[in-house]
Write a protein that binds this ligand. Structure first.
Ligand code: KG4
Ligand code: ZN
Length: 362
């Protein structure tokens, strides 16, 4: 079975063709992503109207390219999968309306997909062995930080999440306070790495880790912005808000050290709480997902800490999964993967974009 999938929830326009082999493994035949991040870098963040306009321009060329790279025609496609939410309404509509039109014209079934589950199911792409249930999954993206327990494909329980800013949002907003461009995560990570290469053993404890010691599985990242702003403006009183920093980008000192501190504060919070949830729920696998899971230090921390838990005798063996780096951020192959495992075909007339969808919504 082959699915043509479409993803337009934010500033990426993506289409892919994915095949489920008889072994049930998923093979990516083509996977095209066009990003309007360059435009948003100029404004310091995504302006929804600009993102939607770019989606409309890019969607047809991107779908055509995904089909031509797959060397297949619409006749070879069995179904169309499309992200219906959560996301920006204008961006979502570009994908949803295009998918509806193609479904009608080509007479193909359509499968609505939850974008957040898409991030989770990126862990099933290009894998010989599928993740085992129960699986605990941490989704860390620009708009969401959610911890879920998957008892099976269809049974998903919410365990915890952010009470304010998402982890990716914390990277993006604090990057702005250092005068680094959008998207902040990859830039903070690059600057942090330079510092860590020179100071591999330094303890990085400048910024707070709120809620790290409490007994919930929730996070709070919004205070990090204030802490970073206070630190930056304490060194130069002219740098007192986003605007003055944008004007005097080059003036912010110690960008490498501050990036390392920011990254460590976010990663420590994510890792400590997740490990505690692993101890409580004792899953067979732990899945990391979402744009922030592209962060190499976060990946390494989980990779090294999970076996320690296992060795301490607290747990039965648990497998750690994280998607290939290029499949962590928004892409359409992950949307097809979700459709194969939990998708339900519905008539195109019933497909509705829902910007407020949560990770446990069906
Ligand atoms: O999942 P995603 O592509 O889009 C959303 O659904 O939001 O995630 C984008 C987020 C942005 O906040 C971006 O800064 C962050 O993922 N991100 C990273 C890295 N690459 C992307 N954060 C930290 N380190 C990275 N290497
Ligand atoms: Zn995403």
């Amino acid at each position: 079975m082959k699915i043509l999938s479409i993803e337009t929830s934010c500033d990426e326009t993506a289409a892919a063709v994915v095949e489920r082999l008889p072994s049930s493994n998923l093979k990516i035949i083509s996977n095209i992503t066009a990003s309007s991040a360059g435009i948003h870098a100029r404004t310091g963040g995504v302006i929804p109207e600009d993102a939607a306009r770019k989606q409309i321009e890019s969607i047809i060329p991107v779908i055509k390219l995904a089909l031509s790279e797959s060397k297949l025609s619409n006749n070879d496609i069995d179904a169309i999968a499309v992200t219906v939410g959560p996301g920006l309404i204008g961006s979502l509509l570009a994908g949803v309306e295009t998918a509806k039109t193609l479904s009608f014209l080509w007479n193909k079934p359509i499968i609505p997909v939850n974008h957040l589950l898409g991030h989770v199911y990126a862990n099933w792409l290009n894998q010989e062995k599928h993740s085992e249930f129960p699986a605990l999954s941490l989704v860390v993206s620009g708009g969401h930080t959610d911890l879920i327990l998957m008892h099976s494909y269809d049974e998903v329980e919410y365990v915890g999440g952010t009470r304010d800013d998402a982890a990716g949002e914390a990277f993006d907003k604090t990057a702005r306070l250092l005068g680094l461009p959008y998207p902040g995560g990859p830039n903070i990570s690059k600057f942090a790495q330079k510092y860590l290469d020179k100071n591999p053993n330094e303890k990085l404890t400048l910024f707070p880790r709120p809620m790290i010691g409490d007994n919930t599985f929730d996070w709070s990242f919004s205070g990090l912005k204030t802490a970073v702003l206070r630190e930056v403006s304490s060194k130069n009183s002219k740098l007192s808000d986003y605007k003055s920093i944008a004007k005097n980008k080059g003036v912010v000192k110690n960008k490498e050290k501050l990036s390392a501190e920011i990254q460590e504060a976010i990663i420590d919070s994510l890792v400590e709480k997740s490990l505690r949830a692993i101890e409580k729920y004792k899953p067979k696998s732990f899945l990391l997902a979402g744009g922030v899971s592209a962060n190499s230090r976060l990946r390494e921390k989980f990779q090294s800490r999970i076996p320690l838990l296992r060795d301490s005798g607290k747990l039965a063996p648990i497998a750690f999964h994280v998607p290939e780096v290029n499949l962590c951020t928004d892409n359409a192959a992950a949307i097809a993967a979700t459709a194969f495992f939990v998708g339900k075909e519905i008539p195109w007339q019933n497909i509705v974009a829902n910007p407020e969808l949560t990770i446990v919504d069906k």
